[in-house]
Design a binder for this molecule. Structure first.
Ligand SMILES: Cc1cc2nc3c(=O)[nH]c(=O)nc-3n(C[C@H](O)[C@H](O)[C@H](O)COP(=O)(O)OP(=O)(O)OC[C@H]3O[C@@H](n4cnc5c(N)ncnc54)[C@H](O)[C@@H]3O)c2cc1C
Length: 331
């Protein structure tokens, strides 16, 4: 017989754990399913400095506390439980299937996160896993490279924003981009160029170039660049390599169920986080407009949990637009 829950949460990263804390504490029968184990991306960092309340905490330590807290209120967490399929039944319950089991719930919160796109060059994995100089998030890690030399790779909006952020901390930043032109919006490109042209700027562009190798001993010591037009090789001594070549949402299993953007992000309304399927919310790095941060992921989970109560009270609300009636003070 299919086990029925009030709320099933797909993905027990920060967004899923934030949601689970609120639904379980609201006395809803809550199940979190994770492909691997709880924590998601933040498990892979040992230094977080931008989660309020903690001046510095490791990902695994923060997650261990979150998991304990969620379980204290009765949420069930199943690990090694990759969700493969979802289906909304005629009676409104949503079925959620892994390879082994099928569960059903009145509300589902989708929080499978995203993965950073890798460059796929030698050294990238080794230094990333050891946390010794390869990073994918300037907002997260720039302060750890104060007065150091770093290489930043990419040419889109995030690449420019995060490179400019890095330049506030690093002694020198080399920005490597495979073309002459940037894909980013013109206003960001103008900002970048103005910064590069400032007298004594600490930001230097390496255009028509790619990183082919990241080398060092226990830490990153140099990046090898190749000019794609001339094949010239250049070695840059550096302490870190930041890779800003995009995110891949973990949403392939939602094809045909949720409405996805071309890149695979879940489309939802960004006030209430409702997807196109009644009773199914999206939260965290998997959704359009995500800020890709720990705190925004947790906050998304909480928002989805709060609005799920409104749906449970009034299913007809699902197709109604953003409403003044739900503004603070009105509700
Ligand atoms: C190395 C690193 C350092 C970072 N440092 C910081 C920082 O200092 N500050 C900051 O604000 N942010 C940081 N971030 C970003 C932050 O970790 C993410 O924004 C945040 O984890 C997003 O949370 P999420 O729950 O949306 O997704 P995720 O953390 O990606 O969690 C998604 C979860 O869903 C599971 N899942 C995926 N698919 C399925 C499926 N089909 N079925 C079941 N489960 C599934 C995954 O196993 C995972 O546990 C960092 C990220 C990385 C990689």
């Amino acid at each position: 017989m299919t086990a029925i829950y009030d709320c099933i949460i797909v993905g027990a990263g920060p967004a899923g754990l934030g949601a689970g804390l609120y639904t379980a504490r609201d006395r809803q029968k809550t199940l979190l399913l994770d492909k691997f184990y709880p924590g998601g991306q933040i498990n892979t960092t040992d230094r977080i400095e931008n989660y309020p309340g903690y001046e510095n905490i490791s990902g695994p330590d923060l997650i261990a506390t979150m998991v304990k807290q969620v379980k204290t209120f009765g949420a069930e967490i199943k690990t090694s439980a990759e969700v493969r399929k979802l289906h909304r039944r005629d009676d409104g319950l949503i079925e959620v299937s892994t390879a082994k089991d099928t569960f059903a719930a009145r509300v589902v919160i989708l929080s499978p996160g995203s993965s950073y796109r890798a460059l796929g060059v030698p050294g990238e994995d080794r230094f990333r896993q050891a946390g010794t100089g390869v990073s994918y998030c300037g907002t997260c890690d720039a302060p750890f490279f104060r007065d150091k030399v770093v290489v930043a790779v990419g040419g889109g909006n995030t690449a420019i924003e995060d490179t400019l952020h890095l330049a506030k901390y690093a002694k020198k930043v080399y920005m490597v981009h495979r073309r002459q032109e940037f894909r980013a919006t013109p206003v960001l490109v103008e900002e970048l160029m103005a910064y590069v042209k400032k007298p004594g700027s600490n930001l230097e562009l390496k255009l028509d170039a790619v990183v082919t190798d990241i080398q060092g001993g226990t830490k990153v010591e140099r990046a090898i660049l190749k000019n794609v037009k001339t094949d010239t090789i250049e070695e840059i001594a550096c302490n870190g390599v930041f890779i800003f070549v995009g995110m891949v949402p973990n949403t392939a299993f939602l094809n045909g169920f949720a409405d996805l953007t071309q890149q695979g992000f879940i489309r939802c309304d960004t006030a209430y986080l409702r997807t196109r399927v009644p009773g199914v919310f999206a939260a965290g790095d998997c959704r359009i407009g995500a800020a890709m941060q720990l705190i925004t992921a947790v906050a998304d989970g909480v928002n989805a949990a709060m609005w799920s109560k409104h749906y449970l009270r009034d299913a007809g609300w699902w197709n109604q637009p953003l409403s003044d009636a739900l503004s603070p003070g009105e509700w």
